[in-house]
Design a protein around this ligand. Structure first.
Ligand code: 13P
Length: 392
């Protein structure tokens, strides 16, 4: 189960002067390409799910594949939700299986950014989830040309960064030092002196957004100045579409599979280039040994209801359980089931999947859970046992 805590992975990179890549994945070709690259390079990797992409790709459908790919990997993997639009989308991402979240409030005035980020940190940390904040503004849109999104870049101020990190409690900080999302216009000028000051002022790992289009030397200098995570998507998208264009040129009448042939390989090759350049190749074993595994918890309740009670009484309890508890942050799913053998010790089961061990506390103390227990569950139940289980 090589899913690990994202903060542990980034901190390892920060302490050892390299950067992990957070590669935008939008479909199985990207997912397989990135994972093959990480396995080939023996590198830790972050699978990055960018909220804006889910206007055209189904997030809830893709996430089970992302989790399966992470679980079967031999290298450490973390799953990050990127550029969320608010606390509700961060909660949705945690429910879907992300163990890192970034809600982008960087375009807001400083104090609004600070307060909103603080709320995200309170919610996500209670679930054990890593939080990235952003200060300063990195313009542009992933996968598109910076020319068509000319928004003004706002540099991160080192003085503001210190207070922002301290008061929000973020685990890492995305900074604006001259990069843009999407295809660059011209050669970007990066402000390394500013980056060095931010590093000194904050002492948390720094994150670069808009990694596509930077030169090898620029990457090296960013990493030398405290950057421990690099977000990267547009160059993967360009590698994929370049391969499709070659396929069309070779056979204009090619079927769907022929037109998409080699897309995964193109994504893999570009990812491998980055992993080697950013210094994370060959680090998988030490990262795995030094990072806490990310483990979900199954909260299992086996119970019998008091007589007389009908199937519809039990169905009503279950409907109420789902309605009241699925809103609790970190609760991933709630399932109700009935024993197939009629003479077992317990007849009914409530299975609540929690994102991590930390969620147990949030869950037990949440008013929705307490209300459900005292008003619905206890009055109806004759006997029960409860177990909290994690995989070994
Ligand atoms: P690029 O698409 O420019 O690589 O940026 C990706 C990114 O920063 C996602 O947050």
């Amino acid at each position: 189960m090589p899913l690990v805590h994202l903060s542990d992975m980034i901190n390892h990179a920060y302490r050892h002067n390299y950067a992990v890549g957070a590669f935008g994945v939008i479909n199985p070709d990207f997912l397989e390409g990135v994972m093959q690259a990480a396995e080939n390079c023996r590198a830790p990797v972050v699978l990055n799910l960018i909220e804006s992409h889910f206007a055209s790709h189904d997030f809830e459908l893709l996430m089970p594949a992302v989790i399966a790919a992470a679980r079967r990997a031999a290298v450490p993997v973390a799953i990050n939700f990127d550029h969320g639009t608010g606390i509700a989308s961060a909660e949705r991402a945690i429910r879907a299986g992300c163990n890192g979240v970034m809600v982008d409030t960087s375009a807001l005035p400083f104090s609004d950014n600070l307060w909103q980020t603080r709320d995200i940190v309170a919610m996500a940390h209670a679930c054990g989830v890593t939080v990235e904040g952003e200060l300063g503004y990195v313009p542009g849109v992933e996968g598109e040309s910076a020319k068509i999104h000319p928004g003004e870049l706002a540099y991160t101020s080192a003085a503001e960064a210190a207070g922002f990190v301290e008061r929000t409690g973020v685990d890492c900080l995305a900074v604006s030092v001259g990069t843009v999302h999407g295809r660059m216009k011209g050669v970007p000028k990066l402000d390394y002196a500013r980056l060095a000051k931010i590093r000194e002022a904050t002492a948390v790992p720094l994150v670069i957004h808009g990694g596509s289009g930077l030169s090898d030397d620029q990457f090296r200098r960013l990493i030398a100045n405290g950057v421990a995570k690099i977000n990267y998507y547009t160059a993967l998208s360009d590698a994929a579409s370049g391969r499709i264009r070659e396929n069309v040129a070779a056979d204009r009448k090619g079927d769907h599979s022929a037109l998409l042939a080699g897309v995964r390989d193109a994504v893999r090759e570009e990812t491998q280039r980055c992993l080697r350049l950013w210094g994370c190749g060959g680090r998988a074993a030490e990262v795995l040994a030094q990072c806490r595994p990310w483990q979900e918890v199954e909260h299992v309740v086996l119970y019998n209801v008091s007589a007389p009670s009908s199937d519809s009484d039990v169905a009503a309890i279950m409907r109420e359980a789902k309605k009241s508890m699925e809103i609790i942050p970190g609760v991933r799913s709630i399932r109700a089931s009935v024993a197939t053998q009629p003479d077992g010790k317990y007849r009914h089961c409530l299975l609540v999947n929690l994102a991590s061990q930390a969620v147990l506390e949030v869950f037990r103390n949440h008013p929705a859970y307490q209300r459900f227990s005292s008003k619905v569950f206890w009055p109806a139940v004759a006997d029960h046992i409860t177990l909290d289980l994690e995989e070994r």
